[in-house]
Write a protein that binds this ligand. Structure first.
Ligand code: NAD
Ligand code: INS
Length: 339
């Protein structure tokens, strides 16, 4: 298959993540250029477009996707807007990189799976970027060697310095723990079969009515347990850690000891302050891999099925959060398109 010339990408949503992806495609990634940006906020779209020569600002995704210089779409609008943008991209048969979550609930995610199946070929990759993080990749490859034996448990910690004003208790699951649903499925190669969410007394540092932190337990069809401490107003920085406990040993990532200093009777390092800093390399690798695959006419990386499975697990998690107890996860049969 011949490689396409430079890929013209439309970035939909130019907030924190979308603006960072525009910078990435413009300055870091090879083989692509930002030919369009879309934001409901016209002023914001114009400001971001002005950073890239030849980039047009739009306020609606349909006009951008119809433009002659748009070959592919990167969706970075909020989760509830993803379904409409994905279905529109499929109508134009355009390749898509869609930020997580695929959609915020299982029914809408399933509609996306069905729409892609109708196309008859994979078109979209979901932005579960931890699969491209050097530390997670090392852990995945170690588990793959079998040296540690069968994984029994996975302990995950996911801490944000502060949550944005629009964050709700359900979003700790559907927006944040969405990452650990994918990490658990990907690292262990198991499906998650049930979710239990426990509610410690909230921190006084979270906005009123926000259940923060939460403690989540996943059960898997391979008999493993994966737990997640999700704490989005920890105050001190951005931390993502994982420890696999296996039959013959353990392996841990995310301690972030890039440099340790000793000074004035103390030792220590620094903690990243947000995801843009902590996962910078992973986002670069993810977007480059998407551009390269797209130019080869392929779709690789986390699939729409992975996005649907994560949405179904998160929906069960939100039910457990609101109603209490253990909630089983029901998935439809996996279509052949997803192997
Ligand atoms: N992979 C990661 O680590 C990571 C990190 C942060 C955010 N995200 C994801 O990226 C997406 C965006 O998050 P963010 O933090 O940048 O949000 P944000 O609120 O900073 O930005 C969203 C932008 O989208 C615009 N918008 C809203 N609805 C739109 C629509 N229908 N069409 C076009 N534009 C629209 C808003 O005006 C805003 O500028 C979310 O899905 C989020 O979960 C992923
Ligand atoms: O949308 C963001 C993003 O996915 C981050 O990676 C995660 O740490 C945050 O909790 C979430 O709100």
């Amino acid at each position: 298959m011949t490689e396409r010339a430079t890929l013209g990408v439309a970035v939909i949503g130019t907030g924190k993540m979308g603006a960072d992806h525009v910078r990435r495609i413009h300055e870091v990634v090879s083989g692509a250029r930002v030919s369009a940006v879309v934001d409901l906020d016209a002023e914001r779209a114009k400001q971001i477009a002005a950073r890239v020569e030849g980039c047009t600002a739009y306020t609606d995704p349909a006009s951008a996707m119809a433009a002659a210089d748009v070959d592919a779409v990167l969706i970075a609008s909020p989760g509830p807007a993803h379904e409409a943008a994905l279905l529109l991209a499929f109508e134009h048969d355009l390749p898509v990189l869609c930020e997580k979550p695929l959609t915020p609930d299982a029914a809408s995610a399933l509609r996306v799976v069905e729409a892609e199946q109708k196309l008859g070929h994979r078109r979209a990759q979901v932005g579960f970027m931890r699969r491209y993080d050097a530390e997670y990749m090392k852990l995945k490859s170690l588990l793959g060697t079998g040296q540690l034996g069968r994984p029994l448990m996975l302990h995950n910690r996911h801490r944000n310095a502060a949550s944005p004003p629009f964050f709700t208790s359900s979003m700790l699951i559907s927006d944040s723990v969405a990452h650990e649903t994918d990490v658990t499925r990907w690292l262990l190669g198991h499906e998650i079969t049930a979710v239990t969410v426990l509610r410690p007394t909230p921190t006084a540092n979270a906005p009123d009515d926000l259940q923060d932190p939460q403690f989540v337990v996943f059960e898997t069809d391979g008999g493993a347990l994966s737990d997640v401490e999700i704490f989005v107003n920890c105050g001190f920085g951005y931390q993502v850690q994982a420890e696999a406990v296996c039959e013959r040993g353990t392996a841990r990532i995310g301690d972030g000891h890039a440099m340790v200093t000793n000074m004035a009777g103390r030792w220590g390092g620094t903690i990243a302050q947000d995801f843009v800093e902590r996962f910078a390399d992973a986002y670069d690798r993810e977007v480059q891999a998407w551009v390269d695959a797209t130019r080869r006419g392929e779709v690789t990386g986390p699939s729409v099925w992975d996005g649907y499975a994560a949405a179904a697990v998160c929906e069960a998690g939100v039910r457990s959060l609101n109603e209490g107890g253990r909630v089983p996860v029901e998935l439809v049969e996996r279509p052949g398109l997803y192997g």
